[in-house]
Design a protein around this ligand. Structure first.
Ligand code: NDP
Ligand code: 2IT
Length: 453
């Protein structure tokens, strides 16, 4: 990258920082895009003339609201709710809701910003948005979660709609929470619409939506490997997390003949020297989705596994070919990246949003590791949400095979867009650059077409 571009990137980041220096995750996400898109804009001055980058970093609307609810002891509890409606140039705002005590505006702005580019890459007509709350579902009863979700939706329902803004799940929001929120929306608005995705299969949900993020990430990795004449079969894989994305990433790796060595939660990680098998996966799904227990129970139930309290999976004690971080942002730093290359890692495909720090990404790039950023490799979830919206509009439901086929085609298309915009003269692909530019162009052109709004 030339100095001329670096000066422009630095000046742009100074401008963004001046608007909110404390929004560290948001600044991190913006900088990664700026580093790749600013050199591209230098060759395409229309984006500069229309100040697209300055406009795209400003959410169209941010809603922050109080969420009061009554706990099981009859005591009032107060949380903060958010919805960041970031960009609607190519479709209604679309993106998940996160319920986690760490949630703040910076985290939701980073997620909403990433979502603009991700949704653009899916080929479907969806704008970018994200929301959530600092509510912690851990340790709460079903009734407490229901009362919280109802209160949250009582306010959110004023701002969303099937053609306006369509939320879905993210960390701490799965089928149970979507159900409670959908019920309350329907009750308040007296309409049965596709206002949320990730719905239950009997009331408007799409087959394969629960599987889609994890499956899609593995399809993307398979596409990267195929491009270099390689395949997933026989590869060892380190996966972090044990929630929705991790569970179905594990499932797809097993189906494609890979060996999964790890999974984790915020208390530590489990190492399975002989691999996690389908019986272990069934146990994990029941543990996390039904009993809502901690990951140590895996090694309690299966003595062949080892639990490492307080550690991250990147410390695993053996060599590994592929890493799929599926927990949370910045869970894989520069030191972790070095540990992974020391262990012979060949491919990293992000299942989570921004799990690798900039130092980790730089290390992967400089050592020739194939690296897929989340906005490309985890886009299968929101893409299948888009397919759920289509089915809702048609009042039809497609078969499992049909949705899975479309998901595979979308992941291949995203991969190919990254290659188109990210390939250098030697044929080497920078998937970060490719994803950012391909995602940007579609939204930027729509913004120009629609005038200064
Ligand atoms: P879940 O809530 O189902 O699972 C989250 C997992 O990550 C849990 O194992 C959780 O452990 C762990 N985790 C969460 N926060 C932390 C933290 N601060 N430190 C360590 N571990 C943590 O969420 P999902 O699987 O849906 O989401 C995982 C990632 O994938 C997120 O980055 C999300 O934004 C992204 N994503 C999700 C999509 C979806 O369709 N669900 C789509 C695209 C991306 P614990 O239970 O101990 O907190
Ligand atoms: O980060 C994401 O893409 C999601 N959490 C899924 C969003 C969606 O609307 O399905």
């Amino acid at each position: 990258m030339s100095n001329k571009h670096q000066d422009r990137i630095d000046a742009f980041m100074e401008m963004v920082k001046a608007k909110g220096e404390h929004e560290v995750e948001f600044l991190q996400a913006v900088e990664e895009v700026a580093e790749t898109v600013i050199p591209f804009i230098a060759d395409h001055p229309k984006y500069e003339e229309h100040k697209i980058l300055e406009r795209i970093i400003e959410p169209e609307r941010t809603i922050i609201f109080r969420v009061p609810w009554i706990d099981d002891n009859g005591k009032p509890q107060i949380n903060r709710g958010y919805r960041v409606e970031f960009n609607s140039a190519i479709g209604p705002y679309k993106g998940g809701l996160r319920f986690h005590p760490s949630v703040n505006l910076s985290i939701l702005k980073f997620l909403g910003f990433e979502q603009i580019f991700k949704n653009s890459l899916t080929t479907l007509p969806m704008g970018g948005g994200k929301g959530g709350s600092d509510f912690d579902p851990k340790g709460k009863s079903d009734n407490e979660v229901m009362r919280f979700c109802q209160s949250f939706m009582t306010e959110l329902s004023r701002h969303i709609g099937a053609d306006t803004d369509v939320p879905a799940g993210d960390i701490g929001v799965g089928g149970r929470e979507i159900g409670y929120m959908f019920g309350q929306y329907k009750r308040i608005r007296n309409e049965f619409t596709g206002v949320l995705t990730g719905k239950g299969i009997n009331w408007g949900g799409s087959l394969i939506r629960p599987e889609a993020t994890g499956y899609g990430a593995v399809y993307f990795i398979q596409n990267m490997l195929e491009r270099t004449g390689d395949e997933l079969r026989g590869k060892s894989v380190a996966i972090s997390g044990s929630g929705n994305v991790a569970q179905f990433a594990i499932e797809k790796v097993l189906q494609l003949g890979g060996k999964v060595l790890t999974c984790s939660d915020s208390s530590g990680y489990v190492f399975a020297p002989d691999g996690i098998h389908s019986e272990h996966l069934d146990f994990l799904k029941d543990l996390k989705n039904v009993r809502r227990g901690r990951i140590k129970e895996m090694s309690d139930a299966y003595p062949e596994m080892q639990f490492f309290p307080g550690e991250r999976v990147w410390n695993l004690p053996v060599n590994v070919d592929v890493a799929i971080p599926c927990a949370t942002q910045n869970e894989l730093n520069g030191d972790d990246a070095k540990k992974l290359t020391d262990k012979g890692i060949k491919v990293v495909g992000e299942g989570a949003n921004m799990p690798s720090t900039p130092e980790a990404i730089a290390h992967f790039h400089s050592t020739g590791v194939l690296f897929a950023p989340g906005k490309a490799s985890n886009a299968g979830g929101v893409a299948t949400s888009g397919l759920e919206m289509s089915q809702n509009s048609l009042r039809l439901s497609w078969s499992r095979e049909d949705v899975d086929q479309r998901l595979q085609e979308i992941m291949k298309s995203i991969h190919d867009q990254c290659v188109k915009f990210g390939r250098d003269d030697q044929g080497k692909v920078d998937y970060v650059k490719g994803a950012n530019i391909a995602g940007f162009v579609k939204v930027a052109d729509a913004m120009i077409d629609q005038g200064l709004v």
